[in-house]
Write a new protein. Structure first.
Lengths: 304, 249
C-alpha cells in the first residue's frame, strides 16, 4: 500500500465546553475515496479543520504529505479543500472569489474559467455570490478546491444542498479523482451518500474512532444468509455446530450469521435437511452504520 | 523547503480581494468627496493667510473627518472576511497567516497612501488658487511639503490601525467604534475636558491631524504627533497579528 497522505496522530481538540475530537489516530491513503462518516457533532469537521491548520489541536499532530499543512509551499497545488459552502464574501462575484484564491498561490487566472465551467457555474461567473443557493455555493467551493489541480482533496459534506443531478456529478467526480491516484477524503453524516462512492470508511462517534475499514468488510460484517427449511430445528442445530449464529425469524425462516451461503448449503446437504430457500442478505450500509454508531449519537431524537 | 509562493502573488490576490468589495469603493468615494469638498470650502473661506503652510493646513481640514473612511477600509479588509466565512477559504489557500495579514496591510496602506497623495495634491491646488498668501503657495516649500507629507503618512497609518483593530476585535462594529473613538472622538473630548492628565492622554492618542494644528486636540510637535500615530498603528497591528496567528477560525 502507498504511504499515507493524511496522517492524524493522537489528535484531541477540546473547546471550552466540550471535547470535539478525542485521541484520534487515523491515516488516509491515495487512490481511493475515503468516506469520513459520523453523526452530526461527531468531530468530522473539527478533524478536517485541524488537518488544514484552521484550528489548533489541543494535543496531537496532523500532517499532509508528510508535513504540517501550514508548511506546504503551494498549498492549493497540493491540497484542495471544501470546508463550508458559505466560505465566501456575499458581495464578491464568483470569478473574483476564485481569482483571489488563484493569485495567492501563483496559479494562472485561466484556471478560474476552467473550474467554473467544470462545476457548471460558467454562466454565473460574474454574478455576486449573494444570490447563490446552497447547491451553487457547494459547486463554488468545489471549484475552489479544484483550482490548483491538487493531489489531495478534503471535502466536508460536499453534497449537502445539491440536487440529484449534482449529487451524481459529485460522486462521479470523486470516483474519477481517486481513480487518477489522488487522495480523496469526503465527509458525510449520511451513509447512503457513501454507499456508491467510498472505497474505505472512517467512522467517528462523539469524537472517537469507531471504525477504519474497507467498505466491503463493513458490509460483510453485517451480512447474513436467510434460509428456509421444513426441518428448521434440525438445520439450526447443524448450523450451530458449524459455528453459525442463528436467529429464528417471524416467518419461520432462519437468519444465519457467520457462514456464507455456500457453507450453509453444504451444511444442509451433509445434515440431510431439505432447503426451500437460501438467500444471501446484504445488510444495507445504513443498517451497518446505525449498528456501529447506535450508542454514539450526540443529538438523539426523543424516544419514538 | 522551497520558499513557495512569492509575496508579490499574495499581494496581488489581496488587491483583488480589496478591490472586489463594493464597500472599498464606497469608502473611497466618501473619502474623496469629504476631503475634497472640505478642502475647497476651507480654502475658499480663507481669503488670506500669512504663510503658505497655514493656507495648506487649512485646506487639509477634511482629513480630520475623511480619515474615518480609511479606518473603515482597513477594518473591513479583515472583518468582512471573517464575518462572511470567506476567511476559511483564504486561510486554506494561504495558511501562513502573518504573511497573509502583512500582504493585506501593505495593500490597504498603499491604497490609503495613494488616496492621501491624490487628495493632498487637490487640497494644495485649492489653497494655491483660493487663498491669497504673500509670495504665493510654493509646492516645493519645505514647510508646505512637510504639512502635506504628515497628512499623507498619517492617512496610511490610519489604514494600518484599522487592519490591526479589525484583527484584534474581529468585529466590524467593535473595530470601527473603537477606531473612531481613538482617532476622532476621544482626543478633542479629552482636550476640552480640562484636567492636566486628560490633556496628556489626549496628546497620546492617534489623532490624524498630527502636528501643530491638531484639529481641536492638544497640539504637539509634529514628530511627537507622528510618532504617536505610528505607535498606535504598529501596536494594534502586532497584537492583531499575534491573535490572528493563534486563533482558530
Amino acid at each position: 500500500m502507498l504511504s499515507p497522505v493524511i496522517e492524524v496522530e493522537a489528535l484531541t481538540k477540546a473547546y471550552r465546553s466540550k471535547v470535539a475530537v478525542s485521541d484520534l489516530t487515523v491515516t488516509v491513503h491515495p487512490g481511493r475515496v475515503t468516506g469520513f462518516l459520523g453523526p452530526n457533532g461527531s468531530g468530522k469537521t473539527t478533524t478536517m479543520r485541524c488537518v488544514l491548520g484552521l484550528a489548533r489541536p489541543t494535543s496531537g499532530t496532523t500532517r499532509v504529505l508528510g508535513r504540517p499543512y501550514r508548511e506546504l509551499a503551494h498549498p492549493m497545488r497540493r491540497v484542495g479543500a471544501l470546508i463550508d459552502p458559505r466560505a465566501r464574501h456575499p458581495g464578491r462575484t464568483a470569478a473574483a472569489h476564485l481569482l483571489a484564491l488563484a493569485q495567492s498561490n501563483g496559479l494562472p487566472a485561466s484556471r478560474v474559467d476552467d473550474v467554473l465551467d467544470q462545476v457548471g457555474l460558467g454562466e454565473v461567473a460574474h454574478d455576486r455570490v449573494r444570490g447563490f443557493s446552497l447547491g451553487m455555493g457547494q459547486r463554488l467551493g468545489i471549484a475552489a478546491a479544484l483550482l490548483g489541480d491538487p493531489d489531495v482533496l478534503l471535502l466536508d459534506e460536499p453534497v449537502n444542498g445539491l440536487d440529484p443531478e449534482g449529487i451524481r456529478w459529485v460522486r462521479e467526480l470523486l470516483r474519477d479523482l481517486a481513480d487518477e491516484g489522488r487522495t480523496v477524503l469526503v465527509s458525510s453524516h449520511l451513509m447512503s451518500e457513501m454507499e456508491d462512492t467510498a472505497d474505505h470508511l472512517v467512522v467517528l462517534g462523539r469524537g472517537r474512532l469507531l471504525a477504519d475499514v474497507p467498505m466491503a468488510d463493513l458490509l460483510g460484517a453485517h451480512s447474513a444468509v436467510r434460509v428456509r427449511s421444513p426441518q428448521a430445528p434440525l438445520l439450526a442445530a447443524a448450523l450451530q455446530r458449524a459455528g453459525a449464529t442463528i436467529e429464528l425469524q417471524i416467518d419461520g425462516s432462519l437468519r444465519v450469521e457467520g457462514l456464507d451461503p455456500d457453507q450453509v448449503g453444504d451444511v444442509a446437504y451433509l445434515a440431510g435437511v431439505r432447503v426451500h430457500e437460501l438467500t444471501p442478505v446484504t445488510a444495507s450500509l445504513e443498517t451497518a452504520y446505525l449498528t456501529l454508531t447506535g450508542d454514539e449519537v450526540e443529538y438523539r431524537t426523543a424516544a419514538r | 523547503m522551497s520558499r513557495g509562493v512569492p509575496f508579490s502573488a499574495v499581494l496581488r490576490s489581496e488587491w483583488t480581494r480589496l478591490s472586489s468589495l463594493r464597500s472599498t469603493w464606497w469608502a473611497t468615494a466618501v473619502f474623496v468627496v469629504v476631503v475634497g469638498a472640505a478642502g475647497a470650502l476651507a480654502a475658499a473661506g480663507t481669503d488670506t493667510a500669512e504663510r503658505a503652510e497655514v493656507a495648506v493646513q487649512t485646506a487639509l481640514i477634511g482629513f480630520g473627518f475623511g480619515q474615518l473612511a480609511l479606518l473603515v477600509i482597513g477594518v473591513l479588509a479583515v472583518t468582512a472576511e471573517l464575518a462572511s466565512g470567506s476567511a476559511l477559504a483564504t486561510l486554506v489557500a494561504v495558511p501562513r497567516r502573518t504573511r497573509l495579514l502583512l500582504a493585506r496591510t501593505v495593500v490597504v496602506a498603499a491604497w490609503c497612501l495613494l488616496l492621501g497623495i491624490a487628495l493632498a495634491a487637490a487640497c494644495l491646488l485649492a489653497a494655491r488658487t483660493l487663498t491669497a498668501v504673500p509670495g504665493g503657495v510654493d509646492p516645493t516649500d519645505p514647510e508646505v511639503l512637510r504639512t502635506l507629507g504628515l497628512q499623507v503618512g498619517a492617512a496610511a497609518l490610519v489604514g494600518v490601525l484599522g487592519v490591526g483593530l479589525g484583527a484584534v476585535l474581529r468585529s466590524t462594529a467593535g473595530a470601527v467604534g473603537l477606531g473612531t473613538a481613538l482617532v476622532f472622538v476621544l482626543p478633542p473630548v479629552l482636550a476640552l475636558s480640562g484636567p492636566r492628565w486628560a490633556e496628556r492622554l489626549s496628546a497620546a492618542l492617534p489623532m490624524l491631524r498630527v502636528g501643530q494644528d491638531a484639529f481641536f486636540s492638544v497640539p504637539t510637535s509634529w514628530p511627537v504627533g507622528m510618532g504617536v500615530v505610528a505607535a498606535w498603528a504598529a501596536g494594534a497591528w502586532v497584537v492583531g497579528a499575534v491573535l490572528h496567528e493563534r486563533r482558530d477560525v
